[in-house]
Design a protein around this ligand. Sequence first.
Ligand code: URA
Length: 431
Amino acid sequence: MYDIIRKKRNGEELTDKEIAFFVNGYTHDEIPDAQAAALCMAICLNGMTSKETVTLTNQMACSGDRVDLSKFGQLSVDKHSTGGVGDKTSLIVAPIVASLGGKVAKMSGRGLGYTGGTIDKLESIPGFRTSLSTDAFIAQVEKVGIAIIGQTGNLAPADKKLYALRDVTATADSIPLITSSIMSKKLAAGAHSIVLDVKVGSGAFMKTPEEARILAESMVSIGKSCGRKMAALLTNMDAPLGRTVGNALEIQEAVDLLKNRRKGDLWEVCVALASEMTMLFREITEEQARVLVLDALHSGKAYAKIREWIAAQGGDLSFIDRPALLPQASVIFPVLSPKNGYIFRMDAEQIGSVASVLGAGRVKKEDRIDHAAGIVLSKKTGDFVQQGDVLCHLHTNDSSKLEEAEKRFLDALVFGKAEPPPLPMVYSTVR
Ligand code: URA
């Protein structure tokens, strides 16, 4: 291991054998954290060639269980978001795609820090089971077209250890390490087609479209070289996506969109992602896919599919039909605008942390979350507001948190005299 660290520190390319030695040894606790951290830092500073990144990704993907979706052939399709604030796209996109014949066998994560997680959102629906045996998982995908469960303990265990190590050693933001982390889990999860939603902006890992494009190109090329059909959309995360941040609130917004009650930024990103997934698994053009996706929404097919899916996983459908029954906070507090002007900028990361303060998120992995807590935005970037207008409502069951949450929320906004230039929701697509 000492020689491998020194080689990477000197900027040399590691062989397949050396990378396999590291991944196997670290996964099986035969290499200490200190040496793994030193190698991560050397990779951070000196990068990896695409050959090294492919090997690292494959070795990590093979470090534990792999899901076999081969019985679905071309139809299995997955999506992955690099993480944002108010990102409930999986809850919307999966039913659209499944209503068009796609097979979505998805493993999702929980929220940590300022970003939310699909599994926490689903757990706000009483009865919903986020853990299924492999046989039940596959059988549900076959019958309904969707199953979304928490990541099983032994999927890419090398990533589990490395991700935790990177988090505390300032080695998280390295393109080859992010690529191998995300793609190892996606490859092990087995889908034939994978669409990545690479978030860009104040609420994302990647702050500029240029940085995001480099990461997207790296992940798409690794996926293709491992035989998968790949695409990545670079999407805007300068403001929270949609109008809600928080678990039950986001379920409600997702259901409303599927009932055709909402358009806007969230709708636009979901239609783009669902179209890209449909293009890949049906082998049709972008225009053809978009027509199908819009029809799935307008005809109610996608809404019927979310009901079928939630019921199949044990969720009580009365909460989907009447989302007002979902957990509600005891305190709903309006935040008022301190001045007249345009909302020029919103710091999405800071707004994500406000939702955490209110109880919607975790600071540490073991923290319990309050499914009812969160934020409902009344105004977003580009809106003109008068002093005293409601900017958002804070939802919480802990009123002692309101003062800090209100202050942080207002600190996250920049007001201006002029209207800010509009930014696209989808910057570009990497195929
Ligand atoms: N998400 C992951 O799973 N891994 C990373 O390294 C970054 C985001």
